[in-house]
Write a protein that binds this ligand. Structure first.
Ligand code: F0G
Length: 354
């Protein structure tokens, strides 16, 4: 077959792949870097979106999960476990299904976007809902993995970050060099840390340059920005509803080494970016993803991102995962009309402007 081979083969030289690593792939990676002409013009920067929602399970998690699950199998594991706000669990369930092992997922009850839950159900994961939040779920699965023969595949598993760093490689290849600014949502803070590792490794090998890393937390879950654990994180962007990020220190290092910034964006700013992106660029990214776009808009205004900069915003997940937020937060409703031509024509004559 002549097609993209998936990450374990494509970036073998940069990954902890050995003779014993199984050949696992759902053909993850190789996502497009999309120039955003309209938003670039509005904002006065050269803006691109790395659309990670086009990975096989609809989020960037697949990059890390393929490595984590392959290594778990290599090390003799028969099951994987994770806590999740939804995307990690969908990805873990898919790769476990492909590999023929078991996935156990622990999720906060009622705070998972519908599409993500449907994925876990369909891929056949063992699903546990706790009456608590992601931070509590992570604490529980860490304990379980220490005392039982299951492999933890949250981003505290170092193989996850190894896989996720490949997105930085692709950006350098697609742009020809690193951008001036990499804007990225921050939840558990693994991905910002992985990108920074990736940019550094590629720069060391190919002199592709280093971006400033600009991470964006949701205002109601902005632990790193406020420099304190948030006991009850809240945000419409459930993917990043996390109050005690596991990779906190690594994210702060990425920020400081890159001369970057970790900032927060409010729910209204996230929802505005969510709509702006869909309507101006035809890209439907899930709300958590849009923290990056909201952050770019905010920091162009404040001058923290300079006019004319080359900016890549990471769009971490697909909008189709969370139809509920699109329908409930965005104030547009389809017109309901009788099924006759005249009624539709009359309605449209008011809508179609020539
Ligand atoms: N964007 C999306 C769509 C996510 O699902 C996540 C994290 C992030 C951004 C933040 O990435 O945690 O590496 O800083 N989702 C995890 C999950 C926590 O369980 O799916 P991070």
């Amino acid at each position: 077959m002549n097609q993209w081979p998936g990450l374990l083969i494509q970036y073998e030289a940069f990954l902890p792949v050995t003779d014993k690593t199984p050949e696992l792939t759902l053909y993850e990676g190789n996502t497009p870097l999309i120039p955003f002409a309209r938003l670039s013009e509005k904002l006065g920067v050269e803006l691109y979106g790395k659309f990670e929602g086009l990975n096989p399970t609809g989020s960037f998690k697949d990059r890390g999960m393929v490595v984590a699950v392959a290594k778990a199998i290599e090390n003799g594991s028969k099951s994987v476990i994770c806590a999740s706000t939804g995307n990690t669990s969908a990805s873990a369930a898919a790769y476990a299904a492909k590999a023929g092992i078991r996935a156990i997922i622990v999720i906060p009850s009622g705070k998972i976007a519908l599409g993500k839950l449907a994925q876990a159900v369909m891929y056949g994961a063992e699903i546990v809902e706790i009456e608590g939040n992601f931070d509590q779920a992570l604490k529980i699965v860490r304990k379980v993995s220490e005392t039982s023969p299951v492999t933890l595949v949250n981003s505290v598993n170092p193989y996850r970050l190894e896989g996720q760093k490949t997105a930085a490689f692709e950006i350098c290849e697609q742009l020809g060099s690193a951008p001036d600014v990499l804007a990225i949502p921050v939840g558990n803070a693994g991905n910002i840390s992985a990108y920074w590792k990736g940019f550094k490794e590629f720069h060391e090998k190919f002199r592709t340059g280093l971006p400033e890393m600009h991470g964006f937390e949701a205002e109601g879950a902005a632990a790193i920005v406020q420099n304190r654990v948030i006991e009850n994180p809240e945000t419409v962007a459930t993917a990043i509803r996390i109050g005690n990020p596991a990779s906190w220190k690594l994210a702060v290092t990425a920020r400081d080494e890159s001369n970057g910034d970790i900032d927060s964006v409010s729910d209204p700013e996230i929802l505005e970016a969510f709509q702006l992106l869909a309507r101006n660029e035809g890209i439907f990214a899930e709300p958590g993803s849009c923290a990056s776009i909201a952050g770019v808009i905010k920091q162009v205004k404040t001058g923290q991102i300079k006019k004319g900069s080359k900016v890549v915003a990471v769009l971490t997940g697909n909008g189709l995962k969370d139809p509920q937020t699109a329908m409930s937060q965005v104030n547009v409703r389809p017109a309901v009309l009788p099924a006759n031509e005249k009624a539709v024509m009359d309605y449209l004559s008011n809508v179609i402007h020539v």
